[in-house]
Design a protein. Structure first.
Length: 219
């Protein structure tokens, strides 16, 4: 060994040997437990060399039994299909929507119960609202005219103001206008007649469309 080299000493730890019984105990505890079958086992499968028991006969006539089942059984209906092209592609007919099966239902065309119930609720609500309005009008000292009084008032208003007559006269003047409006005075006159007709139609509509007329009582 050269003087320049440094010797290295390997240091190891001393481990004591385990006892043999301890090793076996640890190994045995790591082994899986043996599977224990408690239920009764089925009979074993016959061996290939075993021969079947011969000479056993049955008194059942399978031919007659099968024939009776076919005769007494209900015939199987073929599934309805439809073909949509010349190559013979078949599709289920019942789910295709081509059969009118819904019109044969018992409740077809019958108004559903929930719609009838909803209609009754709306009708009742409208009656309550009308009653509420009439009560408020009575409290406000308003008088409701009868149908005869209403017709009389309408006739009086028509006769007094001459709304419809005025409209007919204005309409007649409007039809007398030339088709081609080539001057400013003609254009102004046309606009004026249109405005008068529109106002008369509005006034007549307001009077005729209200079925109930209320008149305030004078104090």
């Amino acid at each position: 060994m050269h003087s320049g080299c440094v010797s290295k000493v390997c240091k190891t730890h001393c481990v004591g040997l385990s006892n043999e019984s301890d090793v076996l105990l640890e190994w045995s505890s790591s082994l899986e437990k043996k599977f224990d079958w408690n239920e009764p086992r089925k009979p074993p499968v016959p061996l290939r060399t075993d021969h079947p028991v011969m000479g056993i006969q049955s008194g059942k006539n399978f031919i007659n039994t099968n024939a009776a089942d076919v005769i007494m059984g209900v015939a199987k209906k073929p599934k309805p299909v439809y073909v949509d092209n010349r190559t013979g592609d078949k599709h289920d007919l019942e789910t295709s929507g081509l059969l009118p099966k819904y019109i044969h239902k018992k409740d077809y065309g019958v108004t559903p119960e929930y719609i009838c119930k909803r209609s009754e609720e709306l009708k009742k609500a409208q009656e309550e609202y009308d009653h509420y309005i009439q009560e408020n009008l009575k409290k406000a000292a308003m008088k409701m005219l009868s149908d005869e009084e209403r017709d009389a008032v309408l006739q009086f208003l028509h006769h007094l103001q001459g709304l419809k007559k005025n409209w007919e006269e204005v309409h007649k003047e409007f039809q007398a206008l030339p088709v081609f409006i080539d001057s400013l005075p003609k254009k102004v006159r046309k606009q004026k007649l249109e405005g008068e007709m529109k106002q008369l139609e509005h006034d007549i509509g307001i009077i005729e469309k209200h079925k109930i007329i209320y008149i305030a009582n004078k104090k």
